[in-house]
Design a protein around this ligand. Structure first.
Ligand code: LMR
Length: 334
């Protein structure tokens, strides 16, 4: 009787064929940040919703904190089909050959979440995700994190304070140019290695949204931090196209629904999580937090302004212009 009513229930939600399979479909979701971050929490949300909506026909295994793969390996693993879901930072798609994603790294291009979401949740965002298809990757969503602050062991109140400093960056040519523009020395490094590199002095400083800095305890090894908000860090949730297309249609429908809902959740909690982390850094008393004056902020904007023009040939002038247009951004105001 119990089995019969279970069957009726499954047919009702359209999961009859797959849910009867003995083994659930396993989706490995690998990421590099702590569980207690916007991305970490959204991944857990997706797991809960996906398992609920498929009535257990899908099992999502979330691997946080680079426990399964680090930055570079995770992209390869996805293409090989060893992992099914990732949410890499938009600054990490260059090595894959999709340079356009680096447009998100242009300093000060987004004035805040509202301007940003016009792109990520609009037509330009969809066009960007489509660029992943020839690489065998399907882009499912954009998830927010937040706006970056610089940190180091000496104060960074003006662009000149970054001069000569070894700064850890993600693998983006735009970020590399950003740091070179102020004569600092950019060092590309996997996220999992940053804490130790800061602790041992392999690098002097870095840039992060507050949730990343705090949950990796970087504030314990960085005495100063400046709320420059000079750039954005967020994610594209991606899957192996062959895997996704090969899923039974009724399962895919439920997973798409779970993804839409976890995306709303991710983008709802991002700012709040970052604000909480900033307060936690402040409360720790380990890092001096500097809020730049209007003049100081203007000096950072001016110093980084040339990056937009210099990166045009890499990213595409048309794409950059379409973002300016959509968000109302005026590069002359930098
Ligand atoms: C970084 O490497 O700094 C970030 O991309 C980590 C992340 O996934 O937020």
């Amino acid at each position: 009787m119990k089995i019969r009513s279970l069957l009726v229930g499954l047919v009702a939600v359209g999961l009859s064929s797959v849910a009867l399979a003995a083994e659930p479909i396993v989706i490995k979701f690998s990421h590099v940040v702590a569980q207690d971050t916007p991305k970490g929490k959204a991944a857990e949300k997706f797991k809960a919703l996906a398992e609920e909506y498929t009535k257990g026909a899908v099992k999502v295994e979330v691997y946080a904190n680079s426990t399964l793969y680090k930055d570079k390996e995770e992209m390869e693993a996805l293409q090989l089909g060893a992992v099914q879901l990732l949410a890499p930072s938009l600054a990490k798609f260059g090595p894959l050959g999709v340079r356009e994603f680096e447009v998100f790294d242009l300093p000060y291009i987004f004035d805040g979440y509202e301007a940003l979401n016009k792109i990520t949740q609009g037509a330009v965002g969809q066009q960007l995700l489509a660029k992943l298809e020839p690489k065998g990757i399907r882009g499912l969503a954009f998830w927010d994190n937040g706006f970056k602050s610089f940190s180091a062991n000496s104060p960074i109140k003006k662009p000149e304070d970054l001069r000569g400093k070894k700064m850890r960056i993600q693998s983006s040519k735009v970020l590399e140019e950003q740091m070179r523009e102020v004569k600092s020395l950019p060092q590309v490094m996997a996220f999992s290695e940053v804490y130790q590199a800061l602790q041992t002095g392999v690098v002097d400083g870095t840039e992060n949204p507050h949730s990343n800095l705090y949950t990796q305890k970087m504030h314990e090894v960085q005495k100063h931090m400046t709320l420059t908000d000079h750039g954005y860090l967020g994610y594209a949730v991606i899957t192996n196209k062959k895997f996704w297309d090969g899923l039974p249609a009724e399962i895919r429908t439920q997973l798409d629904k779970a993804m839409v809902e976890s995306t709303v959740y991710a983008n709802q909690i991002a700012k709040e999580e970052n604000d909480k982390s900033l307060e936690a850094v402040r409360a720790s008393g380990k890092t001096e937090i500097h809020t730049p004056t209007a003049e100081e902020k203007a000096a950072f904007k001016k110093a980084f302004a040339p990056v937009h023009k210099k990166m045009e040939s890499r990213i595409g002038a048309e794409l950059i212009q379409s973002i300016y247009k959509e968000t109302g951004f005026d590069p002359a105001k930098l």
